[in-house]
Design a protein around this ligand. Structure first.
Ligand code: GCB
Length: 585
C-alpha cells in the first residue's frame, strides 16, 4: 500500500477539521475535531463511558481540476470499526482501529458538486476484537465484583460500558487523517524495496506494480542531494549502488535515498534506506553488527487528542528519545500512524512494529484461542506488513502482547506459530518476528522460544514481591538463567514501577520517584550479568491514560516522563545509563 503523496502527478485534499458528530442514541448533532479521539473533546462523562456507534458527518466539494483523475478516499485509522457512506450509500466497511483503509470513489464523487461523507464508528470491544474487551463484566485490573451478588448473578450488568481487557484507555473515533487523494487513471499501485550490503556496495531489489500490470517503468535512485546515482527500467530489477551510504541507527547517520518511479503520467517518490537486519545465534544484527535495543515502550496518548495523531508531539517524543540516548521502541500495543515511521526513518530510531492483539489472556479462566480466529489476526498482520514493509526503521514484527501461553500451551503454540509463518512469508525483507510474553510460569511456555527473539514483560518487585527489590532481582536472575539455555536473543520488553510525578521519599517505597529509580537500577544490574540480553525497554516512556480502577490513580504512572513530558528522576538515571551503553559501533 503506497502512502499518499503530493507531486506533479498526484494531489491530496484534506478532509480534516471540524465535522458533525452524534452518539447513535441521540438526535442532536455537535461539533467534533478530526483527527482525534472523540472521548476527551466533550465535557460530559458520556463520551468517556460510551459503548456503541457514533456518527461523523462532513460536507465537501472537490476542485474541478481533479475531474480527469482517479479519486481515492482514505482513512488513516478509525477506531475500531467503520461503515462509510457517501450521500447515504454505503461504500466501504472496515474492521480494526489502527490501520488505514481506502476506496476508489471516482464514480461516487464528482468534482465541483457538494457531497456528504458520513461514517458510523463502532468503539465496542469484546472477545472477538483487537484489542480484546472483557465480556464478563470486569475490566483489566478491576475486581470480579465480589460481594455484589446482583452483579455476580447477572442482574446488574455493566453493559453499555467499555470493559477493556488491557491497560490503556479505549480511545475511539476518527483518530487519523481523512483525505481524498488523486492519481492519474493509469497509476503505480505498489512499490517494494529490499536492500542488501556486499562489501561497500548497496544492492537494491525492487518491484513495482501498476494498475494495468504493464512494464513501462523507470526506476531512479536519488541520493540525499537529489542527484541520480543509479537507474533501471522495468517493473522489477536489481540495482547496485557503489560505495553506498548505509542507513544506520541513531546516533550514526540514518542515510535515506529516494526511489523515483515513473509510469506513463504517474510518478511516485519513496524514501528508503540501505540496511540489513538479521538474528544470528543470540545476536540481533543491523548491517551485520550487534545491536542493543535501548528505549522505553510507548503509547499514542495525549491529554485532549487521546489517541489522535499529533505529529508535533511525535517530534517532541523522538527528540526526548535522543535526549535519553535511546535508539528504539516498540509500538505498544498497535501500529502507530505512518508519520511516526517516517520520522523514525529520518531520525534513525528502530521500531518493533506491534499488532493490536492485546488482551488474549483471561488468566486461565477461558481459553482465548477458542474465541478468536487467527484468520482475522492473519489479515491484520498482512495489512500491517503491507503498510510498513519499506520502512528501514521497522526491524521486527511483534504479533501481539501478553497472550496466554501458559494454560493452553499447545493451542497457543499452534495459534502463534501460524502467524509467525505468515509474517515471514509476507515480509519481503523477512524481518525477525516475536510475540511479547506475559509474566507467567515460563516453564510451561512453548511459544516464546519458537520466535526469532524472545521478548519478556516482567514486573518482579511491582506486581509480585511488591517493593522487595533484592529478592525481585534474584527472581529475575533465576528466570534469565532459564532463558539463557534456550540459545535465543532476549529483550526485556517491559519492566517498570509507577512513580507519581513529584512524590518523593528518603526511603524508596513504591510510587515514589526514588523507588522507580531503584527498581530500574536493580533490574538493569541483573540484565548486565547476561550476554544473551539484546535490549532493555522500560515501561513506559510517559504516563498514559487508562480505564479508571483501583490500581490506577489518574492513569498508569510508569512513565520516565509525566504525561506532559516532564522528566521524572528515572529519566535522568536512564539517560546516564544509556550514554555509557552504546553497543552498536
Ligand atoms: C503490561 C502490559 C502493559 C501495561 C503494563 C502495566 O504487562 O503489557 O500494557 O500497561 O503491564 O503497567 O501494568
Amino acid at each position: 500500500m503506497l502512502y499518499p503523496i503530493q507531486n506533479r502527478a498526484r494531489s491530496i485534499v484534506s478532509l480534516d477539521g471540524l465535522w458533525d458528530f452524534r452518539f447513535a442514541d441521540e438526535d442532536q448533532w455537535q461539533s467534533v475535531y478530526v483527527p482525534a479521539s472523540f472521548n476527551n473533546q466533550f465535557a460530559e462523562a458520556k463520551a468517556r463511558k460510551y459503548s456503541g456507534f457514533v456518527e461523523y458527518r462532513k460536507q465537501f466539494i472537490l476542485p474541478d481540476t481533479l475531474e480527469d483523475s482517479r479519486r481515492v478516499l482514505r482513512f488513516g485509522a478509525v477506531t475500531h470499526n467503520a461503515k462509510v457512506f457517501i450521500d447515504g450509500s454505503l461504500i466501504m466497511e472496515h474492521r480494526g482501529g489502527f490501520l488505514p483503509f481506502e476506496c476508489d470513489v471516482t464514480a461516487n464523487v464528482c468534482c465541483g458538486v457538494e457531497h456528504t461523507l458520513s461514517v458510523m464508528v463502532d468503539n465496542r470491544i469484546d472477545n472477538h476484537t483487537f484489542p480484546v474487551g472483557n465480556e464478563s463484566g470486569t475490566y483489566f485490573f478491576g475486581s470480579d465484583n465480589p460481594g455484589i451478588p446482583s452483579v455476580e448473578h447477572g442482574k446488574l450488568k455493566l453493559s453499555g460500558t467499555n470493559l477493556p481487557n488491557f491497560d490503556f484507555f479505549n480511545y475511539a473515533g476518527i483518530t487519523r487523517s481523512v483525505i481524498i487523494y488523486s492519481t492519474p487513471l493509469e497509476f503505480i499501485s505498489d512499490i517494494t524495496i529490499v536492500t542488501d550490503i556486499v562489501g561497500s556496495d548497496g544492492y537494491v531489489r525492487y518491484k513495482v506494480e501498476t494498475s494495468d500490470g504493464s512494464d513501462n517503468i523507470s526506476f531512479d535512485v536519488l541520493d540525499r542531494d537529489g542527484v541520480a546515482v543509479s537507474s533501471a527500467k522495468g517493473c522489477s530489477g536489481n540495482i547496485v549502488i557503489e560505495n553506498a551510504q548505509l542507513w544506520n541507527p541513531w546516533p550514526q547517520d540514518s542515510y535515506l535515498y529516494r526511489a523515483r518511479v515513473a509510469f506513463r503520467n504517474d510518478s511516485y517518490e519513496l524514501p528508503f534506506g540501505i540496511r540489513t537486519v538479521s538474528v544470528e545465534g543470540n545476536r540481533f544484527l543491523v548491517n551485520g553488527k550487534p545491536f542493543y535495543f535501548k528505549g522505553p515502550g510507548k503509547h499514542e496518548d495525549s491529554f485532549i487528542r487521546g489517541r489522535g495523531v499529533d505529529v508535533c508531539l511525535e517530534m517532541k517524543d523522538i527528540n526526548l528519545f535522543h535526549w535519553l540516548n535511546a535508539n528504539s521502541f516498540r509500538t505498544s500495543h498497535y501500529p502507530y500512524d505512518e508519520s511516526m515511521y517516517q520520522l523514525c526513518d529520518r531520525e534513525g530510531i528502530l521500531i518493533v512494529d506491534e499488532l493490536p492483539a492485546v488482551g488474549l489472556n483471561f488468566g486461565g479462566n477461558k481459553n482465548p484461542y477458542s474465541l478468536v480466529t487467527s484468520n482475522y489476526h492473519g489479515s491484520l498482520l498482512r495489512d500491517m506488513i503491507e503498510r510498513d514493509k519499506n520502512h528501514p526503521c521497522v526491524v521486527m514484527w511483534s504479533l501481539g502482547n501478553e497472550p496466554d501461553t501458559e494454560h493452553f500451551p499447545e493451542d497457543a503454540f499452534d495459534y502463534w506459530h501460524s502467524l509467525y509463518l505468515i509474517a515471514h512469508e509476507n515480509d519481503p525483507q523477512s524481518r525477525p518476528v516475536t510475540v511479547v510474553c506475559c509474566q507467567n510460569d515460563y516453564t510451561k511456555d512453548i511459544t516464546a522460544k519458537s520466535m526469532d527473539v524472545v521478548c519478556l514483560n516482567r514486573y518482579y518487585g511491582w506486581y509480585n514481591l511488591c517493593g522487595e527489590l533484592e529478592i525481585a532481582g534474584e527472581a529475575l536472575e533465576e528466570e534469565l538463567k532459564f532463558w539463557e539455555k534456550i540459545g535465543k536473543p532476549l529483550i526485556l520488553s517491559e519492566y517498570g514501577a509507577d512513580a507519581i510525578p513529584g512524590m518523593h521519599s528518603t526511603v524508596p517505597e513504591m510510587f515514589s520517584e526514588e523507588f522507580q529509580v531503584e527498581y530500574l537500577k536493580t533490574m538493569n544490574g541483573i540484565l548486565d550479568k547476561f550476554d544473551f540480553i539484546i535490549g532493555e525497554q522500560p515501561w513506559n516512556f510517559a504516563d498514559f491514560d487508562t480505564q479508571q480502577g483501583p490500581m490506577r490513580a489518574g492513569g498508569n504512572h510508569k512513565g520516565l516522563f509525566s504525561r506532559d513530558r516532564t522528566p521524572k528522576m528515572a529519566a535522568y538515571y536512564v539517560k546516564s545509563r544509556w550514554s555509557n551503553n552504546l553497543d552498536y559501533v
